[in-house]
Design a protein around this ligand. Structure first.
Ligand SMILES: Nc1ncnc2c1ncn2[C@@H]1O[C@H](COP(=O)(O)OP(=O)(O)OP(=O)(O)O)[C@@H](O)[C@H]1O
Length: 645
């Protein structure tokens, strides 16, 4: 059966990305006939049938150990999670929304927590997987054809199942709780490499499961190390000595990784803590005092804690730098160098270092190699490519017409997402260039009846968190964001990403649109292109072509005129990526030679470094998903809020 775009986006918004979450039902629809299952919900917001479907054990509260308690708790605590409370809270919630039907934000609502699986992880079933469920809702077919390339010496072979890896029973149970039936390609390749203790530079498309790819081996490594070594004991010292450090560029991403890692480490005894700026350092330090094996941190707050002698990196065995290219660009590099090279962290070779991102420009790869020792490079898809699960559209819009064009899109989306009677906007993420621009657009949208909220670096952390929560829960279905929200954030059911202002760098574009079309689901991304975006035209057109997207004729014309800011980045074949070491081996100058290198006719485009290196490539074939025709109405008609049909 052929899938229409409309089906695809409906699928993306209706099927839960993670089966442990209920289908998203917008708050103002929850009192309405036809979606009444919500009101049969138990205290977890699940109907009886949903409880079974999602594997919750009804009427049963498993003894909670100390796990997952180290982070800041949400209001209510254990007792507050008693039966009925969820219902009462949501009922109140609905009533409040109904009395503000046209309000852009209902301030009394935005403090409400969206359903958070982390709070109830222990209640999830660890039953055997359903044979019909091929991947916990993930569309693995979308990933099977993606070429994978690994280069380096003595590369551990990939696995096909989680059970092939010795992660231990507890971690395996947590994988089942997460409903991860089958590893994604980056997990298949990266986990065995990481488990073998090797350094790794890994590049895989947005939303393809990189977090688990580094968390599982670290948790397993911490458990193994724990048996082998003991922590240094300093009688009066309040310094903590984590054995693993995960660095993230933004607070929100640090917090998300922390929540994920807590789930993966549930009941293993591995202690996880988080440290990021903008939140109370006292509270974070107090949490650290309870002990920490894995510390997830943003660089600034970490350096602060090290300077106060509250954290020492002396015992670090595993270092992960997520969004590594961002962490090593001009903004963060000095701090990262300080943390990794100038403090007491063990040297490369004495620690395991893993760098992850969806994009890895050559210059950054070269910098990153300073931190690594005899590493393996893995690329799933070409480095910096976008997934073909995202339908990309580019509209030519004059700057002065951007707002009206946005309005037209939102109106079309709303009208077509009306499900006959009820109107609800699909979660839509709008990227702008500046913080001021974000505030101004938020205000303008709200004044025009579209519930919007902004997130950017000038907002205090509480406001940032509130904005994200309000968006996630659907209370404010439009999030206007700067690049602070462009990387790593895994927000289920984002149906549409709009680049109101295009970024200057194609890699930023890849990360931004990657907030939709995650975990095998489809998504839509629309960019507003104007003359000032000329420098991006070439790379944008090539990125789109590579992902089997329809490139407008006018964009090709702009592309011909444009001079790419990074030289020839795209290589014209579908090879899965490349490791700068191989290129530099063949060519003295990396930049100018990228095209030559790939145009040599090889199917994989990466050659071995003789004597020291080997490589394999897999699945160099297959056509990816080809979207249907990209008519305006057709595209936006499919963007409906999840759960309303
Ligand atoms: N094996 C799996 N089976 C099912 N779902 C998975 C699996 N691995 C990861 N996921 C889910 O896929 C989603 C995306 O994962 P994740 O956030 O780790 O992607 P990512 O590659 O780090 O994306 P980004 O590049 O944007 O940071 C998450 O919701 C995660 O729970």
């Amino acid at each position: 059966m052929t899938m229409t775009w409309s089906d695809a986006v409906n699928g993306s918004t209706q099927k839960p990305t993670r089966p442990a979450r209920p289908s998203y039902i917008p708050h103002h629809l929850r009192n309405v006939g036809g979606v009444s299952a919500y009101h049969n919900a138990n205290s977890f917001g699940f109907s009886t049938s949903e409880s079974t479907q999602y594997g919750f054990r009804s009427n049963r509260f498993v003894d909670r150990e100390n796990h997952g308690r180290s982070g800041p708790r949400r209001g209510g605590g254990g007792g507050g999670r008693g039966r009925g409370r969820g219902y009462v809270r949501r009922a109140r919630h609905d009533k409040q929304w109904n009395s503000y039907p046209n309000s852009s934000q209902n301030p009394s609502l935005i403090n409400q927590d969206p359903f958070d699986i982390c709070d109830r992880f222990d209640e999830l079933d660890v039953g055997e997987e359903d044979a019909n469920d091929v991947g916990g809702g993930i569309n693995f077919d979308a990933y099977d054809d993606i070429p994978v390339e690994a280069t380096g010496s003595e590369i551990p072979p990939p696995v096909d199942t989680f059970l092939e890896i010795d992660l231990g029973d507890r971690v395996n149970n947590n994988i089942k709780r997460c409903k991860y039936v089958k590893p994604t390609p980056i997990q298949r390749h990266a986990i065995p490499i990481a488990m073998a203790g090797r350094d790794l530079m890994a590049c895989a498309q947005t939303g393809s499961g990189k977090t688990a790819a580094f968390c599982f081996p670290i948790i397993s490594g911490v458990l193994k190390n724990r048996c082998a070594t003991s922590q240094p004991q300093f009688c009066f010292s309040r310094t903590v000595f984590p054995s693993a450090l995960i660095l993230s560029p933004t607070r929100e991403l640090a917090s998300q990784i922390y929540e994920e890692a807590k789930k993966f480490a549930f009941q293993t005894g591995v202690k996880i803590a988080v440290a990021y700026g903008g939140a109370s350092i006292t509270l974070q330090l107090r949490n650290l005092e309870r002990g920490v094996d894995i510390l997830v941190a943003t660089p600034g707050r970490l350096v602060d804690m090290i300077d106060r002698a509250r954290v020492s990196l002396r015992m670090i065995r595993h270092l992960v730098v997520d969004e590594a290219d961002r962490m090593l660009d001009m903004g963060f590099e000095p701090q990262i160098r300080k943390i990794v090279e100038q403090l007491d962290m063990p040297q490369p070779g004495s620690r395991q270092t893993m760098l992850f991102s969806a994009t890895f420009p050559n210059d950054i790869q070269r910098l990153a190699s300073d931190f690594l020792s005899n590493y393996i490079f893995v690329a799933v898809g070409r480095v910096g490519s976008s997934t073909s699960l995202i339908v990309q559209k580019v509209d030519y819009v004059l700057d002065m017409d951007k707002r009206s064009h946005l309005m037209k899109i939102l109106h079309t989306q709303t009208a077509n997402g009306s499900c006959g009677k009820l109107v609800q906007l699909a979660l839509t993420l709008v990227f702008v260039e500046t913080k001021k621009g974000a505030d101004a657009l938020e205000c303008w949208l709200s004044m025009n009846g579209f519930p919007a909220i902004a997130i950017h670096g000038d907002k205090v952390q509480m406001e940032r968190e509130r904005a994200l929560k309000s968006f996630k829960s659907g209370v404010t279905p439009i999030l206007v964001a700067t690049d602070v929200a462009s990387r790593g954030l895994d927000i289920p059911h984002v149906a549409h990403v709009i680049n109101f202002d295009l970024p200057k760098d194609i890699d930023d574009y890849v990360h931004r649109i990657g907030r939709t079309g995650r975990a095998g689901k489809s998504g839509l991304a629309t960019a507003f292109f104007s003359d000032k975006n000329l420098p991006l035209a070439k790379s944008l057109a090539e990125l789109m072509r590579e992902a089997n997207q329809e490139v407008p004729v006018w964009l090709n014309q702009y592309a011909e005129r444009s001079i790419s800011s990074r030289g020839q980045r795209f290589v014209g074949n579908k090879f899965g990526g490349y490791d700068f070491r191989s290129a530099s081996y063949r060519h003295s100058s990396i930049y100018g030679d990228v095209a030559d290198y790939h145009l040599d006719g090889s199917s994989c485009g990466v050659s071995d470094v003789p004597g020291s290196s080997e490589s394999y490539s897999a699945n160099v074939s297959a056509e990816a998903y080809v979207p249907g025709p990209c008519g305006y109405e057709e595209n936006y008609a499919g963007v409906v809020a999840g759960g309303c049909e």
